[in-house]
Ligand binder design. Structure first.
Ligand SMILES: [Zn+2]
Length: 238
């Protein structure tokens, strides 16, 4: 397997997901230049309150090259970004939380969207996070119908209404009783999707839910051009 990976690396050398230059260290999730220039979120800025959860951690602000990289991951089929993105998410969890988790789960795609895209981007992130943190990956939820993309809706109320009744518990899935979940998704904006999913997990016996996303966006007009989180802190109330 290692030989195969090495051969693939020779043929398709891993690139930095943000500037797309070939990485000198193929195992690194990001090149040194981007490491020092990306909009990292640290301390309180990495944590966003989300209803029904103990919070949502994200290593990066959703803007500039981070936003472009997420678009390539979600809409241009670059599924290989699941590894570097997931590694950065796991690092963020390790850096900020000491509490133990029982399993990693994710915000699922609808079947139709999955067929269109060919992969569930949040599931691939969750899989990397689970592997990095040595936790089991557990499918818990299904998305029953398609809704307009959360990013197309401006108000928190519209985002909340958009998620109502959309997710359900996976039929025949394992018991959630007493489980402490890490719930993964790509981007958090208002947190409406994550809180809908977390609420379902708690209703069905889960003990706690902590969320982790790759990037954190500001809801409303700031989504298109978010300010630096420090300057914007406190403006948005969940
Ligand atoms: Zn780079």
């Amino acid at each position: 397997m290692k030989l195969w990976t090495a051969a693939l690396d020779l043929l398709f050398p891993p690139k930095c997901p943000f500037c797309r230059k070939v990485l000198d260290a193929p195992q690194d999730p990001v090149c040194p230049a981007c490491q020092s220039s990306l909009p990292w979120l640290t301390g309180q800025y990495a944590l966003r309150p989300v209803e029904f959860t103990n919070g949502c951690l994200s290593p990066l602000a959703y803007r500039d090259s981070v936003r472009q990289a997420v678009h390539r991951y979600k809409f241009s089929g670059v599924r290989a970004y699941a590894r570097p993105f997931g590694v950065l998410m796991a690092q963020c969890v390790r850096d900020n939380l000491s509490q133990p988790f029982d399993a990693v789960t994710w915000v699922p795609l609808s079947r139709r969207r999955l067929q269109q895209r060919g992969y569930d981007q949040a599931k691939l992130l969750a899989r990397t996070v689970a592997a990095e943190l040595s936790l089991p990956l557990q499918a818990t939820l299904v998305k029953y119908r398609d809704t307009p993309a959360q990013s197309s809706l401006d108000s928190a109320a519209a985002r909340q209404a958009n998620t109502r009744g959309v997710y359900r518990l996976l039929p025949g899935g394992p018991s959630l009783k007493g489980q402490n979940f890490l719930l993964a998704d790509d981007v958090v904006t208002s947190g409406a999707t994550l809180s809908a999913c977390a609420g379902l997990l708690l209703q069905n016996g889960a003990q706690t839910v902590f969320c982790v996303t790759f990037a954190q966006a500001r809801p409303g007009p700031d989504v298109q051009n978010p300010n630096i989180p420090e300057r914007n802190a406190g403006k948005f109330k969940e």
